[in-house]
Design a protein around this ligand. Structure first.
Ligand SMILES: [Zn+2]
Length: 672
């Protein structure tokens, strides 16, 4: 069989914020599973990715955060790279668009398009700040809405009335950063004449066997192509390679996809064979697979192919474009700014990368949007990974250690039931192979569990623990365990692309020495394990995820977003609280605490016990007799074994604490 050359890319993440599991489910985990699978199939795989680091959104966020754009992208490039490492990603190279060589390649692309007649320059009026001596992109502009006269409207749309417009339509336009007034000034920009590629793109698309909804969407897009501006006024980006164009850079969607090529070039230099990138990009026999989220389809199926078609040199066009739907978090989009997210540092302290990789794969958004939920995560971890997969590994290996001298038994005189079992497992391996080839990791993850479940059912049906007691049945017992070990091998093989860390452990636990990734899929599919191989002591693969943990995680998620969502309390919420004046009658230290007082407080109609953390700031004498302010209708809470029936108010500034009190109002007076 001839080795295929496969170049795999995942959409370049924008270095303007941290990645989350929603991104991972779309363009990344499916790409990693595919790369791992194709390497096992002995194909020549190159998997590249990198950070997308230019664009107006980055300069704006960087300026807001008081960083230079370079500091800003350095921060998020590292953060996102660490995240991929944490999730055990197998990129052959992870680059960035600020890398050496990217600029020249982008300029080369532009020059070819220009010389081939696909670029046009136009002079238009744009907003210019005389004070700062520069043109401002729409994200930098604010002004008065042309529709509703709202005076803090954004550069592209009005957040008051929803109108969308060009920044040049704003009345009284100003710089968002400095407030300086802006004027219209003619300036030159460069446009890519996309409509000239219409016929070529449609013809090319007809040769593709992509998902029908993707093809339909792309065709509509192509019909409506018109010239698109590919330059911006900015100091941050790839500069135009023409004289007299200072302050003009390429628009980020023009330079970003070329990042796939520069990443490949950088990889080739890294391995000491600088020309090797051409083996992938300039050879028609390469299979190019680009993993993207659905919002990225037009760039990968239309714009970038058009840019490539306009080159003088041959470059590969995308062959497969697995485009996934969105992956949400419990019904809403992941959003750090709304507080709807999972704290990753905290997550990885408690859970493993294989647990989350499996949970995402099992619910991958291949045909429709899907989501992460804590309950589903717990189920996947407990009922699948622990209950099916871990259980079979554990019971087989413990039994082998006890009854088979800790070695792989020989298979001899198999019964019908054994042969059927082995055939079924082989059938499932074949099915899994097909799933990986077709980018269906959701189904592949189901097959992993079907294999584990078949193993468990077989183990139960053969009852090796009964055969172990009867020497005449030892042959049958040995066959059972040998077949179960074959099943574990199949599990390691089929699950490796999704949960590589676990597969590697299983592989070593069935007595194999070389790293799993050096295996060949076909060998493992065809050859049985060597009888007599010593089995090491098995280790536990997965821990149980407890109900209490999940309750806590759900609460945490909801309180994070609550805090973000409703920073304002309503008057009704405030009125729910019953504030009263209370006279402190006595104050006793709470045992074993150095800061708590147990206070007895007269509320006029009744006496209350309230525990309060003020002892470092007040002596008993200082607090007794004060008329303090108490929340009288707070749900009681036990504090250090004492029931506290309310709370008193105090102000705090650094180390200074002062209890609020009134002078003349009697106990029981209402405070509002
Ligand atoms: Zn408006």
């Amino acid at each position: 069989m001839k080795r295929k050359k496969i170049l795999i890319t995942s959409a370049l993440p924008y270095a303007n914020g941290p990645l989350h599991f929603g991104h991972i489910a779309g363009a990344y985990l499916p790409g990693d599973c595919y790369a791992r699978y194709e390497r096992l199939k002995e194909n020549e795989v190159l998997y590249v990715c990198g950070s997308d680091e230019y664009g107006i959104a980055i300069t704006l966020s960087a300026e807001m955060a008081g960083r230079t754009p370079q500091q800003h992208v350095d921060l998020f490039h590292k953060m996102n790279k660490d995240f991929f490492d944490h999730l055990n990603f197998s990129f052959d190279h992870y680059s960035r668009t600020t890398c050496k060589g990217h600029k020249e390649l982008v300029q080369q692309f532009f020059n070819d398009l220009l010389q081939n007649g696909y670029i046009e320059e136009k002079i238009t009026d744009q907003l210019y700040s005389p004070k700062d001596d520069k043109f401002l992109a729409d994200r930098y502009v604010t002004g008065t809405c042309p529709q509703c006269s709202y005076d803090k409207a954004r550069g592209d749309e009005c957040q008051n009335c929803g109108a969308s417009y060009e920044a040049t339509d704003l009345k009284n336009p100003r710089s968002k950063i400095t407030g300086a007034p802006l004027i219209l000034k003619p300036t030159k920009h460069w446009f890519l004449l996309l409509e000239k590629f219409r016929e070529k793109l449609l013809e090319w698309l007809d040769s593709k066997d992509w998902k029908p909804n993707v093809v339909k969407f792309v065709k509509n897009y192509i019909e409506e192509l018109k010239p698109r501006c590919i330059t911006r006024d900015s100091y941050w980006g790839v500069p135009l390679p023409l004289p007299g164009t200072e302050g003009k850079v390429f628009y980020v969607w023009f330079d970003a996809p070329i990042g796939y090529l520069s990443a490949t070039k950088e990889w080739a230099e890294k391995i000491g064979e600088p020309e090797r990138w051409k083996d992938y990009w300039c050879d028609p026999d390469t299979k190019l697979v680009e993993f993207v989220g659905k919002d990225n389809v037009p760039f990968h199926a239309v714009f970038f192919p058009a840019m490539i078609m306009g080159q003088k040199q041959f470059y590969k066009l995308v062959d497969e474009l697995p485009a996934n739907e969105f992956y949400n978090l419990e019904g809403r989009q992941f959003s750090k700014s709304d507080g709807w997210y999972i704290d990753l540092e905290d997550f990885f302290k408690k859970y493993t990368s294989d647990q989350i990789r499996y949970a995402i794969a099992a619910n991958a958004p291949e045909t429709s949007d899907s989501e992460f939920s804590w309950k589903d995560f717990q189920n996947r971890c407990n009922s699948d990974l622990l209950g099916k997969y871990g259980n079979l590994v554990n019971r087989t290996l413990i039994f082998a250690a006890k009854h088979c001298d800790g070695k792989i038994p020989e298979m001899k005189d198999l019964e019908e039931v054994d042969r059927t079992f082995l055939n079924e497992i082989r059938g499932l391996i074949g099915q899994a192979s097909k799933c990986y080839e077709e980018f269906k990791i959701r189904r592949a993850s189901q097959i992993v569990m079907e294999i584990a479940q078949k193993g468990n059912v077989y183990f139960d049906a053969k009852k090796p623990w009964v055969s172990a007691k009867d020497p005449s049945l030892h042959r049958s017992m040995a066959n059972t365990i040998a077949c179960c070990l074959e099943c574990l091998k199949a599990l390691a093989l089929v699950s490796f692309p999704i949960i590589p860390g676990t597969a590697e452990k299983v592989w070593h636990m069935i007595g194999q020495k070389k790293p799993f990734s050096q295996n060949r899929w076909n060998d493992l599919e065809e050859k049985n394990l060597l009888p007599g191989t010593q089995l090491p002591t098995p280790e536990v693969l997965f821990r149980k995820v407890e109900d209490e943990e999940i309750v806590l995680e759900s609460q945490k998620l909801r309180s994070l977003s609550q805090n973000k969502q409703d920073p304002l309390a309503t008057i009704q919420e405030f009125q729910k609280l019953d504030f009263r004046v209370g006279k402190v009658l006595s104050a006793e230290p709470v045992p074993k605490s150095d800061n708590l007082f147990k206070l007895s407080i007269d509320l006029g109609s009744e006496k209350r016990t309230i525990v309060s953390g003020i002892r470092r700031h007040y002596s008993a004498e200082q607090i007794i007799g004060k008329n303090v302010i108490v929340i009288a209708n707070l749900a009681p809470a036990k504090i250090m074994g004492v029931e506290s029936q309310g709370m008193l108010l105090a102000g705090k500034n650094g180390d200074t604490l002062e209890v609020l009190s009134v002078d003349t109002l009697p106990p029981g007076s209402k405070v509002s």
